[in-house]
Design a protein. Structure first.
Ligand code: CDP
Length: 216
């Protein structure tokens, strides 16, 4: 098992940009676990199944071959060998993903794939339950938050229609691996920080925790 840096947080907290930048600076691979949930959601919608029905989603899961691999520095999920990347940020996917992500069979299947990526590479993995559930034993856990106003504004600036408050509510209240702050996670409030500021803070903490940094 390799080194895992877990970055969790609510929608539009800035964790994706931070996770990307951190992976690039450390020469680690990057995995956006939200993209895995988005990928399977797209697949369910494409199959014309109801994304709020666990029976229908489980039937799609059953007949799909899931596999994960690295595309350059990025860990991705393939569905019957199809790369879903061009579709994962579609508004329809954003709208449905939290319903799919609260289903136990889906979480079990995707968590297995997320964990298997750590057999191959050192990872920066971002999501909702990475420090609390997927890799609870990693000593490198961060929880990035920002005020609801700033998060809404960030998402609007990206030009996406996204009910982030609704998603946060569903993600935080679900029964299996909800969005939660792991007891031993380092909290960073990015409301008044730039991306560089957050990355700097994370790197500072990683050094304090004894993680060796690549030579410049
Ligand atoms: O849009 P944003 O970047 O905030 O979210 P995302 O990371 O793309 O995740 C999309 C959705 O996937 C979340 O709202 C959760 O419902 C789900 N998710 C999850 O349940 N567990 C994870 N580890 C990551 C994402």
């Amino acid at each position: 098992m390799r080194t895992i840096i877990a970055i969790d947080g609510p929608a539009a907290s800035g964790k994706s940009t931070v996770a990307h930048e951190l992976a690039a600076r450390l020469f680690y691979a990057h995995v956006n676990s939200g993209a895995f949930y988005r990928a399977f959601t797209w697949w369910v919608l494409r199959a014309k199944a109801d994304p709020t029905s666990v029976e229908e989603a489980a039937a799609v899961l059953e007949r799909t071959k899931l596999s994960s691999r690295f595309e350059g520095n990025e860990g991705i999920l393939l569905l019957d060998d199809v790369d879903p990347t061009p579709h994962v940020r579609d508004d329809a996917v954003t709208h449905a993903v939290s319903f799919i992500a609260r289903m136990l069979p889906v979480r079990e299947a995707l968590t297995t794939h997320l964990r298997s990526l750590a057999e191959e590479r050192d990872l920066v993995m971002e999501g909702r339950d990475i420090g609390s559930f997927v890799f609870p034993d990693t000593p490198y856990k961060f929880y990035i938050d920002a005020s609801p106003e700033v998060r809404r504004a960030r998402r609007q600036a990206q030009g996406h229609h996204d009910e982030i408050a609704t998603r946060d509510r569903i993600d935080s209240s679900r029964a299996y691996a909800p969005l939660t702050i792991a007891e031993d996670a380092h909290m960073i409030d990015s409301t008044h920080l730039t991306i560089d500021g957050v990355v700097g803070e994370v790197i500072g903490l990683l050094k304090l925790l004894g993680l060796s940094m690549p030579a410049r």
